[in-house]
Ligand binder design. Structure first.
Ligand SMILES: NC(=O)c1ccc[n+]([C@@H]2O[C@H](COP(=O)([O-])OP(=O)(O)OC[C@H]3O[C@@H](n4cnc5c(N)ncnc54)[C@H](OP(=O)(O)O)[C@@H]3O)[C@@H](O)[C@H]2O)c1
Length: 321
């Protein structure tokens, strides 16, 4: 059987790294596009067996070069995304113009499927530039290409994420942790392995023209997430609700960091629940379950942040008497 050719943009990110493993193990051949082939080679070359992964370097989104890549492709998956803007990157280019361009090319070359990673909760968050740029990107794809699949995940977590791992580091180091909006915003975190299983099944089962909300089995408030992380790293910290005005000032300052801890746009986004909307199908509606539970999964890697490490737990000491 001919291997299916997948063209993957944003392959070196958290979801991309895990998706490459899942797809290549299942006989898909992947062409991964990256801005820096040396860094990408180091990060993702080991995720696939020889012959299943080819890396292509594109420093910018050059139409002719991208069109050449589409010539041999059956499915294109776009995972490129950013969390904050700076002088080198803005939401409109990354979340609207790039999906617009890719879906036009997908249509021109009549490929099988265009899968795009968007985000949950973007319909409501009309004051966030991140959300509105993602929503506009979705609209362009729907207009340009019929056989689209738009995936809207809640927070995606894993041992190699930028979310639980960063918070465990912060909770380890800081004596107090601010709670924005009283920590009441709700999330449905989904484990990256569950999400990559869903994407794989979507490819295999031949869905099309679909917006799919991807959620995990739990609904947890921001405060409950922090409490779970604290429990996992065996630390006690004060979680203090921060008035909005102070949070806004802190975001103004924190967004000046080269890799911002919080931006004003993220603060706006945090106001909105990040759970299924009831307006679209979810993975559970398609019987694509995501059963990995947050509290259980984080315990598998939280020992990296616990005093004494993995074997510090006294119960693990064997009793010989
Ligand atoms: N992870 C989550 O919790 C989550 C939740 C909801 C939605 N999503 C969406 O799912 C998609 C994948 O998420 P992820 O967490 O795997 O993403 P990620 O790790 O943040 O980044 C994905 C890739 O995008 C490329 N990229 C980043 N900035 C770029 C720029 N300025 N120009 C060109 N390429 C750039 C990078 O590839 P190279 O460096 O190799 O070029 C990067 O590896 C994104 O669209 C994200 O918005 C993620």
């Amino acid at each position: 059987m001919k291997q299916k050719e997948i063209l993957l943009f944003g392959a070196t990110g958290q979801i991309g790294r895990n998706l490459i493993r899942k797809l290549s193990k299942n006989n898909y051949k992947i062409t991964a596009v990256t801005r820096n082939i040396h860094r990408a080679g180091y990060i993702i070359k080991t995720q696939a067996n020889p012959g299943y992964l080819e890396l292509v370097e594109l420093k910018n989104f050059n139409l002719n070069k991208i069109e050449q890549l589409f010539e041999d492709c059956d499915i294109c998956i776009n995972l490129v995304g950013i969390l904050y803007e700076n002088k080198n990157q803005d939401f409109k280019t990354i979340h609207t113009d790039l999906p617009d361009m890719l879906s036009r090319i997908a249509n021109k070359f009549k490929i099988n499927k265009f899968i795009h990673l968007s985000a949950l909760g973007i319909d409501e968050a009309i004051d966030s530039k991140y959300a509105t740029s993602k929503l506009e990107g979705e609209k362009r794809i729907i207009k340009n290409f019929n056989n689209h699949i738009i995936i809207r995940p809640s927070i995606v977590y894993s041992v190699d994420d930028n979310f639980t791992t960063n918070f465990m580091t912060l909770l380890n180091r800081l004596p107090v942790m601010p709670l924005y909006y009283q920590g009441k915003t709700k999330f449905s975190p989904i484990h990256v392995s569950d999400l990559t299983d869903i994407i794989f099944n979507i490819i295999e089962r031949g869905y099309s023209n679909l917006i799919l909300e991807c959620v995990g089995p739990d609904i947890l408030s921001f405060k409950e997430i922090l409490e779970s992380l604290l429990g996992a790293i065996d630390k006690k910290r004060l979680l203090i609700p921060l008035p909005y005005q102070i949070a806004a000032i802190s975001a103004k300052i924190l967004q000046l960091l080269p890799k911002p801890l919080l931006t004003e746009d993220q603060l706006k986004l945090l106001k909105y629940d990040n759970i299924k909307s009831e307006n679209y199908k979810t993975n559970f509606d398609l019987k694509l379950d995501a059963n990995r539970k947050f509290k259980f999964e984080i315990n598998k890697y939280s020992y990296n942040w616990r005093s004494g490490g993995q074997f510090a737990n006294k119960e693990l000491i064997e009793k010989n008497d």
